[in-house]
Design a protein around this ligand. Structure first.
Ligand SMILES: [Zn+2]
Length: 338
């Protein structure tokens, strides 16, 4: 296994493998489909959101609705970018923000008609909604609220929201919608590698190996540089249960030319009684050959067994605190049948 890396200093013999980079491609058909789906959907969702805000009686509920609408915009647009095989982060970002902007604009456009109400407007209700898409109408409506307050514009009861108070609410609302849309959108789009050869996303195996080691172990540098034997040199950290390193593998299910290894530092924290997994990349999506991939999988299997044994051992003789430093390689001696 180690013939290729005979250099005793551990420095790289071969050139360091590259990290995955998206090709930047988006097919024109994908863009047309995205526009055809998202433009009407944005207008409809924006109008529904506007109605919810106008008719919901509780201010807290409105805040919650705003949050979920933003997240909803993001998830819809982000997953569509994934489905349409965007390999371009910027285009995915623009699609998410563009969709959200259409929805937000639409919520303003239909706002006057909803606030004045169908009962008051009668036959003019739908035409006013459509007229509302004129940007001059929106500006006029905003100015009206700023000077006279929203309740003066038709709706009854409650306090009048006007002036800079109204502006502050708008800024907060827009920030919440666009912020949650961005976060949820880019999460839904994801960061999987794409196999240009087979025109499909890679499958990603999380927790290929869970290593009780430090993220700052110097051996990671060697691994990053393509010396995968250095995985066995990682120092096992017996004390820390709250942090570990997860190896992940992303590979193409239909060919052997798109294999990537990730090493992610995981820190577990308890936040409001909820266990949270915080990730820090040691490296993400490092290009590996199929042979290296197989070796890493083998290592992971042996490692899982070793960690299991180690845990059983530790459970038997309570941690004494005087354990000698051991490395992953010692834990999995391939010459010793398990
Ligand atoms: Zn492939």
């Amino acid at each position: 296994m180690s013939e290729t890396f005979s250099d005793p200093t551990g420095s790289t013999v071969v050139s360091a493998p590259t990290l995955y980079r998206r090709s930047g491609k988006v097919s024109p058909v994908s863009l047309v489909v995205a526009a055809a789906v998202l433009i009407p959907l944005g207008i409809i969702f924006g109008a529904i959101y506007s109605a919810a805000v106008v008719y919901l009686p509780f201010i807290k509920l409105r805040g919650l609705v705003t949050f979920f609408v933003g997240a909803g915009f993001g998830v819809i647009a982000g997953s569509l970018c994934y489905k349409l095989k965007y390999r371009n982060w910027l285009m995915a970002f623009l699609t998410v923000i563009g969709f959200t902007a259409i929805g937000y604009y639409s919520s303003w456009a239909v706002h006057p008609a909803l606030v004045i109400g169908a009962g008051e407007l009668g036959e003019d209700f739908v035409p006013l909604m459509i007229q509302g898409f004129d940007p001059l109408m929106i500006v006029g409506w905003m100015k009206g609220i700023y000077t006279d307050g929203i309740w003066a514009m038709g709706a009854g009861g409650g306090g009048a929201l006007s002036g800079w108070g109204a502006v502050a609410v708008w800024v907060l609302e827009a920030g919440l919608i666009f912020g949650t849309a961005f976060v949820s959108g880019m999460a839904a789009y994801g960061n999987r590698p794409f196999c240009e050869h087979c025109y499909r996303w890679n499958d990603e195996t999380e927790e290929l190996a869970v290593l009780p080691v430090s993220t700052t172990d110097p051996a990671w540098n060697q691994v990053r540089n393509g010396n995968f034997d250095a995985l066995k040199k990682l120092q096992i950290d017996h004390d820390s249960d709250a942090s570990y390193v997860e190896l992940r593998l992303a590979d193409c299910p239909t060919c052997d030319e798109s294999d990537y290894l990730s090493a992610i530092g995981i820190t577990l924290t308890v936040d409001d009684g909820q266990l949270k997994k915080n990730e820090t990349d040691i490296f993400r999506h490092l290009s590996v050959t199929r042979q290296q991939r197989d070796e890493i999988v083998e290592f992971a299997a042996a490692m899982a067994e070793a960690v299991q044994l180690m845990k059983e051992e530790e459970a038997l003789n309570e941690p004494s605190g005087e354990e000698a430093e051991s490395s992953v390689g010692e834990e999995i001696d391939p010459n010793e049948p398990s």
